[in-house]
Design a protein around this ligand. Structure first.
Ligand SMILES: Cc1cc2nc3c(=O)[nH]c(=O)nc-3n(C[C@H](O)[C@H](O)[C@H](O)COP(=O)(O)OP(=O)(O)OC[C@H]3O[C@@H](n4cnc5c(N)ncnc54)[C@H](O)[C@@H]3O)c2cc1C
Length: 430
């Protein structure tokens, strides 16, 4: 324990790693560093929606408050998130308005959110250009991390926040992963999507003023596909997303998009009086970018454990999910909240306490995150008209949506932290 502090490596500086670093860096007996493989800490991609639980977890982590952080990142409240039927005889029927269901969500540009999450962290804790190459436990119990640049460091504990294709996961799963690589590795969720950001005025002019009277997220639910548009960057940008069912997942996880391929994916939508306009505009927005691609959505269908000794995994490294319930980042924030609580508050005096904390983390987090993954895939099926019991009948879609988000929003995070602590104490025989 260097300088009488426990040294912790956080591998990966995405939303999960950066949020965890916020939860750990003020704990006086920890020396937690973030190692990011890229040359800069950066987020690609468009917006991320943060629902009530995600914001609450962040608020419990960020000192003094996450409200200003989200404001600086340009987060925009989702006054409502509205799902409308996009194809079939009932095209245009409003199915649900999530504003009426108790989720005061916000939408924020990913890069801006990451920038603001990194801002409070002491720069000497952040290490870019540090790609983890190997992880081994030494005889004295320390973990040796070898980076691609040839440097080697030793840690009391390692936390993998290295994303869906990260390598800390294989260390944590050990033999179980090797024995069941297909079962526990990342796999296609059955959908692809393409996201594009356009200036607000352009989107308003092309999609139509009627969609921008309030900051509202629109989701068009239809046969084999789903179209969404929402507002971000403090109201200056609009994100447009086209998603569709994926039958054969390409090996490189992406496919070039053309007018022909988009038209094929949404062929049954084209007769609808309302959806036709949305489709035409969405196509033109999506195709009006260099090299438009549809990216396969991947997920973890099962994970036997999130912890192995004093190594654990968080965020997408542990529980990557399809994006249908907008919950992945929120789950990463909950991970950071629980780990920050278990490792802080004078709960850790010996290395064995860290191991117990990681085991407790696994016990409380894994069932919840797996539920999110499974529910999200099922939600995608409903949104793309693929659930045979629901189809595109407005009343059935409405009924199928009802309550799908409440298990995500309604968790009492204070109680949840206490449950995790109780588990940690049980593992320590206390
Ligand atoms: C299309 C899409 C839409 C989404 N929409 C939402 C939404 O609306 N709401 C929501 O809550 N969630 C959403 N999510 C999920 C959310 O974006 C993710 O759950 C979240 O960004 C995961 O963050 P992460 O830090 O775990 O992983 P990542 O963002 O993948 O970060 C991992 C980091 O680790 C680094 N790394 C990888 N390997 C190494 C290595 N060997 N050494 C060092 N560093 C390494 C990478 O460079 C990267 O910076 C969406 C996801 C997708 C794909």
């Amino acid at each position: 324990m260097g300088d009488n502090k426990f040294r912790i490596a956080i591998i990966g500086g995405g939303l999960a790693g950066a949020t965890l670093a916020n939860a750990l860096f003020r704990i006086p007996y920890l020396d937690a560093h973030v190692y990011e493989s890229s040359a800069t800490f950066s987020e690609r991609g468009a917006a991320v929606g943060l629902s009530a639980n995600a914001q609450q977890a962040l608020e419990m982590i960020i000192v003094p408050s996450s409200k200003e952080l989200l404001e600086r990142a340009g987060a925009v409240p989702m006054n409502s998130s509205r799902a409308v039927l996009g194809s079939g005889p009932e095209a245009g029927t409003i199915i649900i308005d999530l504003a009426g269901h108790g989720d005061p969500g916000v939408v924020v540009h990913r890069a801006a959110l990451l920038r603001e999450l990194l801002a409070p962290l002491p720069p000497d804790l952040l290490h870019a250009n540090k790609k983890l190459n190997s992880l081994v436990q030494e005889e004295d119990g320390l973990y040796q991390v070898r980076f691609e640049d040839g440097t080697v460091e030793r840690f009391d504990a390692v936390i993998g926040a290295d994303g869906i294709f990260g390598s800390v996961r294989s260390f944590v799963l050990g033999d179980a992963a090797a024995a069941a690589a297909a079962e526990h590795g990342p796999s296609p969720a059955g959908f692809w999507d393409c996201r594009v950001l356009v200036p607000f005025d352009k989107a308003k002019a092309t999609l139509g003023e009627q969609y921008f009277d309030v900051h509202r997220q629109y989701g068009w639910v239809g046969d084999g596909a789903f179209i969404m548009h929402d507002i971000l960057d403090a109201g200056t940008t609009v994100q447009c997303v086209v998603s569709a069912v994926e039958k054969d997942a390409p090996r490189d996880r992406k496919r070039p998009l053309t007018l022909e391929s988009l038209t094929k994916s949404l062929r049954t939508w084209l007769d609808g009086p309302i959806a036709k306009g949305v489709i035409d505009v969405s196509f033109s927005l999506v195709l009006d970018q260099a090299d438009p691609q549809g990216y396969s959505q991947w997920e973890h269908k099962s994970t036997p454990t999130y912890a192995n000794g004093r190594v654990c995994i968080i965020g997408d490294a542990a529980h990557a999910t399809s994006p249908w319930q907008g919950a992945g980042a929120g789950q990463a924030f909950e991970d950071a909240l629980i780990l920050g609580f278990l490792l802080g508050n004078d709960h850790v005096k010996r290395r064995a306490d860290i191991e117990a904390a990681f085991k407790a983390f696994d016990v409380v987090r894994r069932p919840r995150c797996q539920q999110v993954i499974d529910s999200s895939r099922g939600t995608g099926a409903i949104m793309c008209g693929q659930n045979p019991d629901v189809g595109l009948d407005p009343a059935r879609v409405r009924a199928a949506f009802a309550g799908r988000w409440s298990f995500i929003f309604s968790l009492d995070l204070d109680e949840y932290r206490q449950d995790a602590l109780k588990k940690m104490r049980e593992f320590l025989g206390q």
